[in-house]
Design a protein. Structure first.
Length: 268
């Protein structure tokens, strides 16, 4: 199935949500909500670039690197965001950080894909059973990786997805997870899997009342910034990808997409 750009799917979903009349208020915060909503994005175009959204293009690659290196400490990410630390329960750790959950499952994922390229069992679980009360409850339940038509696809299943605050970052982060898995697969097999689509399915796809007017402004003034498509073939090793993300976070050059500074070719 053909995937759209992140810009196209984000704009389309904003418009759809703003047309709904279903209002719910979890934690007494009003939202417009669509149930069981799916978006399909071509992972070559994973960045939302609407100017009026004013996304954090330093934080975006920093968070992806934070996940891929298995980190969960506030100090490692807080310099890239003024508000992220408020989601920590103790000002030191993030209870719902995806990295510690995923980093231990990447080997299993690649094992499954190598042993059976048609497998349906390459699933990483992020949700923790019976979570204790926290400011940082994971929104993602699982991420499944599948090879179809010689491309690597990722299926991101979420209990909750905020189209304004979270969706743009989730699309980018899980695209980077897919790229990381493809590069790990290359280390094992010598074959780099091209990236296909990210399928993000949310039980609740929603927009908070506080963001309604900003969303309407996007629809009325849909100006985007250009960027080069994401090309996984520029990397030879997973470490190059994480270094590339860190470089962009530090330089604020995500939309420029220059080549990575690090060159690792020995596979170690």
């Amino acid at each position: 199935m053909y995937g759209y750009s992140a810009n196209d799917e984000w704009f389309r979903t904003l418009a759809t949500i703003l047309k709904t009349k279903k209002v719910v208020a979890p934690r007494e915060k009003g939202t417009l909500e669509i149930l069981n909503h799916s978006t399909i994005v071509d992972m070559k175009n994973p960045i939302v670039t609407y100017e009026a959204r004013n996304l954090g293009y330093k934080f975006m690659p920093a968070e992806a690197a934070f996940i891929l290196t298995g980190r969960n400490t506030v100090g490692m990410i807080s310099k890239y965001s003024d508000i992220i630390s408020q989601f920590s329960d103790d000002n030191y750790f993030f209870n719902g950080a995806y990295g510690p959950q995923l980093i231990d499952q990447f080997t299993y994922i690649v094992d499954e894909l190598v042993n059976d390229p048609n497998t349906r069992q390459a699933v990483a679980t992020i949700w923790r059973p019976n979570p204790r009360p926290s400011k940082d409850i994971p929104c993602t339940i699982s991420a499944q990786f599948m090879i179809r038509d010689n491309k690597l696809h990722i299926f991101d299943t979420m209990r909750s997805s905020d189209i304004w605050l979270g969706w743009p970052y989730d699309i980018f982060n899980f695209t980077m997870c897919a790229a990381f898995v493809s590069l790990l697969y290359k280390l094992r097999t010598g074959h780099l899997l091209p990236l296909g689509n990210i399928y993000l399915t949310a039980a609740s796809q929603h927009l908070y009342e506080s963001d309604y007017e900003k969303a309407v402004d996007i629809l009325q003034n849909p100006k985007t910034m250009p960027y080069h498509s994401f090309d996984i073939t520029q990397f030879n090793h997973p470490k190059e990808l994480t270094q590339w993300l860190i470089d962009h976070a530090n330089k604020g050059t995500l939309l420029d997409f220059p080549k990575p500074d690090l060159d690792i070719t020995d596979g170690n």
